[in-house]
Design a binder for this molecule. Structure first.
Ligand SMILES: Cc1cc2nc3c(=O)[nH]c(=O)nc-3n(C[C@H](O)[C@H](O)[C@H](O)COP(=O)(O)OP(=O)(O)OC[C@H]3O[C@@H](n4cnc5c(N)ncnc54)[C@H](O)[C@@H]3O)c2cc1C
Length: 455
């Protein structure tokens, strides 16, 4: 029984690892279009000694599956420094520390007094008949416009680089949707869950955010994908793009871009939805059409290095997010050298700024000089930073993060119905039920579980 996996990002690599953990003698082959494995996991160390993450910056240590994977392959995770818990939102001309506790929220000036009172009224906010609300509709209905704009909208930027007026709340943030459905109120739900956690002696009490600590590795996120690739060895074929597929009796045939063919019993497409669409175009056009409807706006990651004595005291903590109402070019900045050790040479700091995404994809595609000008202008305006950067590196993602827009859940149902006609064909990756690396790893594990039935 041969299993072919297309795509050597974390989804493809973790699926291969999970299959082999269950069945060490399984015949597994991985085809990757790029010369490099890892996909959106993309660490680069500059000659000056800056460790830049061009894509994934880390994963939250709350979901055990990724940590289990790390221990399975002998990797030691590196949790973010505790000072990185301090996060900021830029609003009304200044940076406000994000409140972590209810008392801090009441004292914070991020929201006006009426805005804070409106949040308290969430306990009594009404429901809705709309089965697929946008994040903006949901946030405004439950917490008021101000809290939506200054708290919820930056969350959409931080995770999806998304547009909250188009994102489906139930697809993007199912936990929020479930809290309302179960408890009639987010605040009431959180209080009840916290009480339950305390009663059970669980120190990790649920809060409004996703919870957990950001985690990476001392030599960056590529340690994870490189280690997986090392273990998978010659099973991986790089610079091997798959152009299309066909099926004959029970076997699938992969049509490689170089004109050769590969036969396989089971086929796992662990590439982004637009690439799945192109691979499936001839074989199953209706499915290809549905997959191609999942949008991936452009996003650029701009890494800038500064001498530490030139930036202090502009920014401590993790970094800051910029709400859409502020109408700036940048989505937010992470001070990577505050988050993990070894991200910048001694005496220097590394800033990592996101530009583009669903609201302003055209900004993510600006030429280098204009992109740098925009980032520097915003950093100056938002944090007062005027120093010349000593180092710059831009990472471009023409198609970055899939957007779960209103209608996403219905699209997934239609995709699943069509897939029933194609036993042995599996679609995985971050286009469906979670964009985070953790969710890719969980899906990889589930895929391997389902494949066990075929062995
Ligand atoms: C800028 C950025 C920052 C992010 N930061 C975080 C973060 O800090 N934390 C987090 O949890 N998530 C983050 N994410 C999301 C995270 O990147 C993804 O969930 C995850 O890495 C996706 O992995 P994947 O394997 O599904 O897809 P990808 O990483 O996109 O891998 C797909 C692979 O398929 C290959 N491929 C494509 N077409 C073909 C073909 N025809 N034939 C063969 N191979 C093909 C590609 O070359 C690629 O290697 C970020 C995403 C971006 C863009």
């Amino acid at each position: 029984m041969k299993i072919s996996i297309v795509g050597a990002g974390i989804s493809g690599l973790a699926t291969a690892q999970a299959v082999l953990a269950r069945k060490p003698d399984a015949e597994v082959v991985i085809f990757e279009a790029d010369r490099r494995v890892g996909g959106k996991v993309w660490t680069e160390i500059s000659p000056e000694g800056y460790l830049c993450e061009g894509g994934v910056n880390g994963f939250l240590n709350k979901i055990p599956r990724t940590l289990e994977l790390c221990s399975e392959i002998g990797l030691t995770p590196l949790p973010a420094s505790s000072s990185a818990a301090k996060r900021y939102v830029f609003s009304g001309g200044e940076l406000h520390q994000l409140p972590e506790k209810p008392a801090e929220f009441l004292a914070s000036h991020l929201l006006s007094v009426p805005g804070r009172l409106r949040v308290m009224c969430e306990l009594f906010a009404g429901g809705t008949d709309n089965p697929d609300e946008t994040l903006a509709e949901f946030g405004t209905r439950r917490l008021g416009r101000e809290a939506f704009e200054r708290l919820i909208d930056p969350m959409a930027s931080g995770v999806f680089a998304g547009d909250a007026t188009k994102m489906s709340v139930k697809s993007c943030f199912p936990r929020l949707h479930e809290l309302e459905a179960e408890y009639g109120s987010l605040i009431r739900g959180l209080i009840k869950l916290q009480m339950k956690a305390r009663k059970e002696g669980n120190k990790d009490t649920p809060g409004p955010g996703p919870g957990g600590r950001l985690t990476s590795f001392s030599n960056g996120m590529s340690a994870l994908t490189d280690t997986l690739a090392l273990r998978l060895g010659s099973r991986i074929h790089t610079a091997a793009p798959v152009a299309g597929i066909s099926r004959n009796n029970k076997l699938y045939t992969l049509h490689m871009a170089d004109g050769t063919d590969e036969e396989t019993d089971l086929l796992i497409l662990a590439v982004p939805a637009f690439a799945q669409s192109s691979i499936l175009q001839e074989y199953e056009p209706e499915l290809a059409g549905l997959l191609n409807g999942i949008e991936y706006p452009a996003l650029s990651v701009v890494c800038l290095g500064y001498r530490e004595d030139r930036i202090a005291p502009y920014l401590d903590g993790f970094g800051f997010l910029v709400p859409a109402v502020e109408q700036r070019s940048i989505l937010g900045t992470i001070v990577d050298s505050n988050v993990f050790p070894g991200r910048a040479p001694e005496g220097y700091a590394l800033f990592r700024t996101m530009v583009g995404g669903a609201r302003t994809p055209q900004l993510g595609e600006l030429p280098d000089d204009q992109l740098l000008d925009r980032v520097r202008a915003d950093l100056k305006d938002l944090t007062g930073l005027t120093a010349e950067p000593e180092f710059a590196r831009i990472f471009r993602h023409e198609k970055a993060i899939p957007q779960y827009l209103v209608g996403h859940a219905a699209r997934l149902e239609a995709i699943e119905r069509l897939l029933e006609k194609h036993p042995g064909l599996v679609l995985t990756g971050n286009a469906y039920r979670g964009v985070s690396l953790n969710e890719c790893v969980v899906n990889a594990w589930k895929t391997a579980q389902s494949l066990v039935l075929h062995f």
